[in-house]
Design a protein around this ligand. Structure first.
Ligand code: FES
Length: 163
Protein backbone atom coordinates (compact mmCIF):
# COMPACT_ATOMS: atom_id res chain seq x y z
CA UNK A 1 0.00 0.00 0.00
CA UNK A 2 1.47 3.32 -1.05
CA UNK A 3 -1.01 5.87 0.19
CA UNK A 4 -1.30 7.30 3.67
CA UNK A 5 -3.06 10.47 4.81
CA UNK A 6 -1.01 13.66 4.53
CA UNK A 7 -0.10 15.28 7.85
CA UNK A 8 -3.05 17.69 7.48
CA UNK A 9 -5.50 14.87 6.69
CA UNK A 10 -4.14 12.71 9.50
CA UNK A 11 -4.60 15.54 11.97
CA UNK A 12 -8.23 16.08 10.90
CA UNK A 13 -8.93 12.34 10.82
CA UNK A 14 -7.74 11.95 14.41
CA UNK A 15 -9.91 14.92 15.42
CA UNK A 16 -13.12 13.63 13.85
CA UNK A 17 -12.80 9.84 14.05
CA UNK A 18 -14.62 9.47 17.37
CA UNK A 19 -17.31 12.03 16.61
CA UNK A 20 -19.43 9.71 14.47
CA UNK A 21 -21.44 7.01 16.25
CA UNK A 22 -21.73 5.16 12.91
CA UNK A 23 -18.34 4.50 11.29
CA UNK A 24 -19.91 4.64 7.81
CA UNK A 25 -20.17 8.42 8.26
CA UNK A 26 -16.37 8.67 8.19
CA UNK A 27 -16.19 7.42 4.60
CA UNK A 28 -17.17 10.74 2.97
CA UNK A 29 -14.60 12.92 4.79
CA UNK A 30 -11.90 10.27 4.29
CA UNK A 31 -12.60 10.18 0.54
CA UNK A 32 -12.34 13.96 0.57
CA UNK A 33 -8.92 13.70 2.28
CA UNK A 34 -7.79 11.13 -0.29
CA UNK A 35 -8.86 13.30 -3.21
CA UNK A 36 -7.29 16.42 -1.68
CA UNK A 37 -4.03 14.54 -1.01
CA UNK A 38 -3.79 12.62 -4.25
CA UNK A 39 -6.08 14.41 -6.73
CA UNK A 40 -8.33 11.39 -7.25
CA UNK A 41 -9.63 8.31 -5.48
CA UNK A 42 -8.08 4.97 -6.40
CA UNK A 43 -8.27 1.43 -5.05
CA UNK A 44 -5.07 1.75 -3.06
CA UNK A 45 -6.36 4.86 -1.30
CA UNK A 46 -9.81 3.37 -0.76
CA UNK A 47 -8.27 0.25 0.79
CA UNK A 48 -6.26 2.50 3.11
CA UNK A 49 -9.47 4.29 4.15
CA UNK A 50 -11.23 0.99 4.83
CA UNK A 51 -8.26 -0.14 6.96
CA UNK A 52 -8.06 3.14 8.86
CA UNK A 53 -11.77 3.23 9.66
CA UNK A 54 -11.68 -0.45 10.50
CA UNK A 55 -14.31 -3.15 10.91
CA UNK A 56 -17.07 -3.38 9.76
CA UNK A 57 -16.06 -0.98 6.95
CA UNK A 58 -14.60 -2.80 3.96
CA UNK A 59 -13.19 -1.73 0.60
CA UNK A 60 -16.62 -2.54 -0.89
CA UNK A 61 -18.30 0.01 1.42
CA UNK A 62 -15.77 2.71 0.51
CA UNK A 63 -15.97 1.88 -3.19
CA UNK A 64 -19.78 2.00 -3.09
CA UNK A 65 -19.73 5.53 -1.66
CA UNK A 66 -16.96 6.76 -3.98
CA UNK A 67 -18.75 5.56 -7.11
CA UNK A 68 -22.13 6.96 -6.01
CA UNK A 69 -20.88 10.55 -5.80
CA UNK A 70 -19.67 12.14 -9.01
CA UNK A 71 -17.53 14.70 -7.14
CA UNK A 72 -14.94 12.03 -6.39
CA UNK A 73 -12.55 11.77 -9.34
CA UNK A 74 -11.88 8.18 -10.34
CA UNK A 75 -8.91 9.12 -12.48
CA UNK A 76 -6.21 11.80 -12.22
CA UNK A 77 -7.25 15.33 -13.18
CA UNK A 78 -5.27 18.49 -13.86
CA UNK A 79 -4.17 20.89 -11.17
CA UNK A 80 -7.26 22.93 -12.05
CA UNK A 81 -10.35 20.81 -12.52
CA UNK A 82 -12.76 22.91 -14.56
CA UNK A 83 -16.29 21.53 -14.20
CA UNK A 84 -18.88 23.40 -16.21
CA UNK A 85 -22.55 22.83 -15.51
CA UNK A 86 -24.43 21.75 -18.62
CA UNK A 87 -27.83 21.41 -16.99
CA UNK A 88 -30.85 23.22 -18.36
CA UNK A 89 -30.58 26.66 -16.66
CA UNK A 90 -26.88 26.97 -17.41
CA UNK A 91 -27.32 25.55 -20.89
CA UNK A 92 -29.98 28.15 -21.71
CA UNK A 93 -27.63 30.85 -20.37
CA UNK A 94 -24.85 29.76 -22.74
CA UNK A 95 -22.79 27.14 -20.89
CA UNK A 96 -22.08 25.33 -24.15
CA UNK A 97 -20.19 28.36 -25.54
CA UNK A 98 -18.25 28.69 -22.30
CA UNK A 99 -17.21 25.02 -22.44
CA UNK A 100 -16.22 25.38 -26.10
CA UNK A 101 -14.14 28.45 -25.27
CA UNK A 102 -12.29 26.64 -22.46
CA UNK A 103 -11.59 23.71 -24.78
CA UNK A 104 -10.50 25.92 -27.68
CA UNK A 105 -8.23 28.10 -25.51
CA UNK A 106 -6.62 25.07 -23.84
CA UNK A 107 -6.45 22.98 -27.03
CA UNK A 108 -8.29 19.99 -25.57
CA UNK A 109 -11.68 18.32 -25.88
CA UNK A 110 -14.25 17.89 -23.12
CA UNK A 111 -13.10 15.26 -20.65
CA UNK A 112 -9.42 15.78 -21.47
CA UNK A 113 -6.45 17.12 -19.53
CA UNK A 114 -3.82 19.44 -20.97
CA UNK A 115 -0.42 17.86 -21.66
CA UNK A 116 1.18 19.84 -18.83
CA UNK A 117 -1.51 18.42 -16.51
CA UNK A 118 -2.63 21.90 -15.48
CA UNK A 119 -6.25 21.85 -16.67
CA UNK A 120 -8.98 19.25 -17.04
CA UNK A 121 -12.27 20.39 -18.59
CA UNK A 122 -15.49 18.49 -17.99
CA UNK A 123 -19.20 19.09 -18.24
CA UNK A 124 -21.14 18.17 -15.13
CA UNK A 125 -24.73 18.17 -13.98
CA UNK A 126 -26.33 20.87 -11.82
CA UNK A 127 -23.93 22.58 -9.42
CA UNK A 128 -26.78 24.06 -7.40
CA UNK A 129 -26.29 27.68 -8.45
CA UNK A 130 -28.92 27.65 -11.21
CA UNK A 131 -29.82 31.35 -10.91
CA UNK A 132 -26.26 32.40 -11.74
CA UNK A 133 -25.49 30.44 -14.87
CA UNK A 134 -23.41 29.61 -16.67
CA UNK A 135 -21.58 28.26 -13.63
CA UNK A 136 -18.23 26.52 -13.40
CA UNK A 137 -16.64 24.92 -10.39
CA UNK A 138 -12.86 25.06 -10.55
CA UNK A 139 -11.42 23.04 -7.68
CA UNK A 140 -13.26 24.37 -4.60
CA UNK A 141 -14.36 27.69 -6.12
CA UNK A 142 -17.47 28.66 -8.04
CA UNK A 143 -17.44 31.07 -11.00
CA UNK A 144 -20.84 32.44 -11.92
CA UNK A 145 -22.40 34.30 -14.87
CA UNK A 146 -19.49 33.22 -17.06
CA UNK A 147 -19.20 34.41 -20.62
CA UNK A 148 -16.93 33.04 -23.34
CA UNK A 149 -15.03 36.33 -23.34
CA UNK A 150 -14.14 35.81 -19.62
CA UNK A 151 -12.42 32.49 -20.23
CA UNK A 152 -9.01 33.62 -21.43
CA UNK A 153 -8.47 36.02 -18.50
CA UNK A 154 -9.68 33.38 -16.05
CA UNK A 155 -7.22 30.82 -17.43
CA UNK A 156 -4.38 33.35 -17.13
CA UNK A 157 -5.34 34.17 -13.54
CA UNK A 158 -5.38 30.47 -12.63
CA UNK A 159 -2.06 29.88 -14.35
CA UNK A 160 -0.53 32.76 -12.38
CA UNK A 161 -1.99 31.35 -9.12
CA UNK A 162 -0.67 27.91 -9.89
CA UNK A 163 2.97 28.95 -10.21
S1 FES B 1 -28.40 24.29 -13.90
FE1 FES B 1 -26.36 24.97 -13.71
S2 FES B 1 -26.08 25.19 -11.59
FE2 FES B 1 -28.06 24.31 -11.76
Amino acid sequence: MNYQFSAKSEETFLKIKDQFPDKRSLILPCLYFLQRDRGFVDNDGMQYIADRIGSPISLAHVYGVATFYTMYNKKPVGKFHVQICSNISCYLSGSDSVTKEFCKTLGIDKGQTTKDKTFTVEEVQCLGACGFGPVAQINDRYYENLKPQDVSALIHTLQAEGQ
